[in-house]
Design a protein around this ligand. Sequence first.
Ligand code: NAD
Length: 328
Amino acid sequence: MLKVGVVGVGHLGKVHTKLWKEVDSTQLVGVFDENRATASAAANEYHTQNFDHLEELIRSVDALSIVTTTPAHYAVAKQAINAGKHVLIEKPITVTTEQAEELIELAKQKGVKIQVGHIERFNPALLAAEKYLDDPRFFESHRMAQFKPRGTDVAVVLDLMVHDIDVILSLVKSPVKSIDASGVAIVSEQLDIANARIKFENGAVANVTASRISQTPLRKLRIFAREAYISLDFGLKSVDVFRLGKNGESEESTTALTMKLGEIEKGDIPRAIMYEKPDVPELNPLKYELELFRDAIKNNTRPIVSGEDGLKALDVAERILRSIEQEL
Ligand code: NAD
């Protein structure tokens, strides 16, 4: 039985607390929050222990979910890793890349795992799209949220855009070549809307937009891969795929929509565009994320979203922020 605890039981920490109770082969030992009332309410609601001191909770567990506000991730994670505990740190891993590098190095020394809460990697829509994502060349992402004071302690690039940065980096296996970005602070003291164009060494390009001052929420990623266009809705958990048909496939196909590629022909063989709507598995992405963290610890394997992945996403986010500063 893996003993786990949750630090920071605000909006998302409460969900970690609830879901840890549903993860097999684990035991939720308790929670800690610097806000005593928040901690006590969460402990009562989920029938677990409310620890008065962080070090006590750390001593009582094998692994922790760190779901504090982002600026506190570093100090809490450092304390837990120093004590030899595995950590699932919510995204973004830390506020600065220096902090993330230090935690990764410390975790190596102590022989513990860091997983980062880039939850979209566990979104069933992305999982359903995976088999079509051969050699992605162009990405267009929109992550638009309504304004909420939560999360505004960091720029929208670190709060929201970092999700798409992480997904895109996981799909493009090539270093970033250049970044050109712009953004503005409108409601908060930090950037509330931002757009970045990321070019990769292999020629792939990502046009990434995030806003936390939008009327209508939207979480969409459109991907043009070598043989397919994939439209992915993280919010609705749905995927639409338009892909080039194989020779003669259009005649045999029973798929809903087949369009002949009139004049566009490859050699002498006319190709059709096939429409597919892949089945999306029924799963709770956060619960799945916790289960895979448990498995990485038990099997001593690299977490799917490792500390290094969190660092890479943060590094690109920092480069985007620097590019925006230069524009201002
Ligand atoms: P929140 O403000 O609702 O909760 C944060 C909690 O952390 C508060 O209760 C606060 O008292 C507590 N806290 C702050 N510093 C602490 C410390 N040093 N020790 C103990 N407790 C401390 O925020 P939230 O929306 O739940 O976000 C928490 C984290 O989760 C953030 O890093 C955010 O980026 C991340 N997040 C991730 C997703 C996702 O989709 N993966 C979604 C929302 C939030």
